[in-house]
Ligand binder design. Structure first.
Ligand code: ZN
Length: 499
């Protein structure tokens, strides 16, 4: 069909530009010399705008309209119909915002991030608050252009988690929150786990070798990717056959980098598993931020922090750092990497406390967008919730309300994806366990290929063809439910703490 061909050709043009942009981003954050920053920013700005213009071009509008009209849509294959649906959603979202408003938003969030960095360093929330006010004002304007059914926050959520709504999230939170708070109280009453041996001196060379081993073990394809160093680790897809992982090695502790690498490896397995059929179509990436995070969290926590995986992998860790770990038994190491402790900082949180950090952010950002909370009252509201959920209050705003870059970058509506990822991860893993009875034995033998094939078949290969909700139903037979996560953490951590 001629029109489909034309659409695919246009999508390829956009994708090829995006691929170049990704490669330049990767370079910017790994090897680019510092004096190249300005030139790179100009080049990136130009190419990104070019790709954006093609996405919202009149030609794109006409092609999508023709293909969505009744006569033409009946002759589309399933894949083509998905292509039209997803690209139309992208097109409409991009078209909805007047270019001047979008431009203003991009410039404001860039300035705001610089202000945030300074405010965090100086523990000065007041200096950042005018920027946050401005970001909120622009986002509220954008929300009106996007449109929404029930809650203005829905429109922002949709940018990261298509199909998710505020009311669905509130439902999940109301089920999960009391269970987590009570579990944390129970665990905190117990003697703390000793994890002192996780600190020491760990050479970069040994850490790097270990990270490579971990990636190989989970099935990351080094012929379709590579591992490099950066300051804030990320995974980036240049295109089909080229999915790159980055990590940061800290010399005084190896755990953060090892589990950080496994986390990024989970993201990378997803991208490496996407069907080559979707190459250059804009469908060749993850279904949503939450589904993406489910893949990284599964590898990092459900697999990487499991007794089974460590019974296979811990000897390799011991061999990497014999001085510190040769006399530490597996049992002690397993307990140490699963220690539960209420903490101020989200990115350092364990599996039990992590989702509460997200709920806190979700509740506050929703209240900000809906004008139920004023920016000047935000630090107090933050601390009150910290006290309510964890029984601790951060000693400074730098360790509290100023810790994350998301709000400064205008990414309101993003945080819930992290929680959804944790929930999806357990639900997916549970289904895999039922369909692969030998799975735990395989993991204990370092064999992850059966699980990887299962994930590829159920999730990875589909790219963005299905919305998260549908993907979840297809993979697990039901909608997302927090029940699996609750059972998982209660079972795992009661055992570890001997409750
Ligand atoms: Zn992630």
């Amino acid at each position: 069909m001629e029109v489909v061909k034309r659409l695919k050709a246009l999508l390829k043009e956009i994708s090829v530009i995006n691929s170049s942009v990704s490669l330049m981003h990767w370079d910017q954050r790994t090897y680019m010399p510092s004096k190249g920053a300005e030139t790179r920013a100009e080049a990136l700005g130009y190419l990104s705008a070019l790709s954006f213009r093609k996405l919202i071009s009149p030609e794109m509008g006409e092609l999508l309209e023709t293909l969505s009209s009744k006569n033409d849509s009946t002759s589309l294959s399933d894949l083509e119909a998905a292509l039209v649906r997803v690209v139309k959603h992208d097109y409409e979202k991009a078209k909805a915002i007047p270019p001047e408003l979008y431009q203003k938003f991009v410039i404001t969030s860039s300035k705001s991030q610089t202000a945030w960095e300074k405010a965090k360093k100086e523990n000065n929330f007041a200096s950042f608050s005018p920027y946050l006010e401005e970001i909120l004002k622009l986002l509220r304007e954008m929300v009106e252009f996007y449109g929404y059914e029930e809650d203005p926050y829905d429109a922002l959520l949709d940018n990261y988690e298509p199909g998710m709504t505020t009311s669905k999230l509130e439902h999940i939170v109301s089920e999960l929150k009391p269970k987590l708070i009570s579990l944390i109280e129970n665990l905190s009453a117990h003697a703390p786990i000793d994890d002192s041996f996780l600190k020491g001196k760990f050479s970069k060379h040994a850490q790097k070798k270990l990270s490579m081993k971990a990636l190989k073990c989970i099935g990351y394809d080094f012929n379709a990717g590579r591992l490099d160093e950066t300051i804030h680790p990320f995974t980036i897809t240049i295109g089909t056959g080229d999915v790159r992982v980055t990590t940061e090695y800290k010399l005084s502790e190896f755990i953060a980098s090892l589990y950080g690498t496994i986390h990024e490896g989970g993201h990378a397995l997803y991208e490496q598993g996407i069907s080559p059929e979707l190459k250059w179509t804009l469908l060749d990436s993850g279904a949503s931020m939450g589904i993406h995070e489910s893949q990284s969290r599964m590898m990092e926590n459900i697999i990487g922090r499991s007794y089974e995986f460590l019974s296979f992998f811990y000897p390799k860790i011991q061999r990497a750092f014999p001085k510190t770990l040769k006399d530490v038994p597996l049992e002690s190491f397993y307990r140490a990497v699963n220690k539960v402790k209420p903490s101020y900082v989200r990115i350092e949180a364990d599996e039990v406390t992590y989702n509460l950090h997200i709920m806190l952010r979700f509740e506050l950002e929703k209240a900000l967008i809906n004008r139920e909370l004023e920016v000047k009252d935000l630090p107090d509201a933050w601390n009150a919730k910290m006290n309510e959920y964890f029984g601790i209050v951060p000693p400074s705003d730098s360790l509290g309300v100023l810790q994350d870059v998301h709000w400064a970058g205008g990414m309101i509506g993003y945080f819930p994806s992290y929680m959804l990822g944790n929930l999806y991860a357990v639900q997916f893993f549970n289904s895999a366990l039922q369909e692969i009875p030998e799975l735990k034995k395989e993991i204990a033998a370092g064999k992850l290929s059966t699980l990887r094939e299962w994930l590829k078949e159920k999730i990875h290969k589909h790219g963005r063809i299905y919305k998260p909700e549908e993907l979840c139903k297809r993979a697990t037979g039901e909608e997302l439910s927090p029940r699996y996560f609750i059972d998982y953490v209660e079972d795992k951590f009661r055992r570890i703490y001997g409750l």
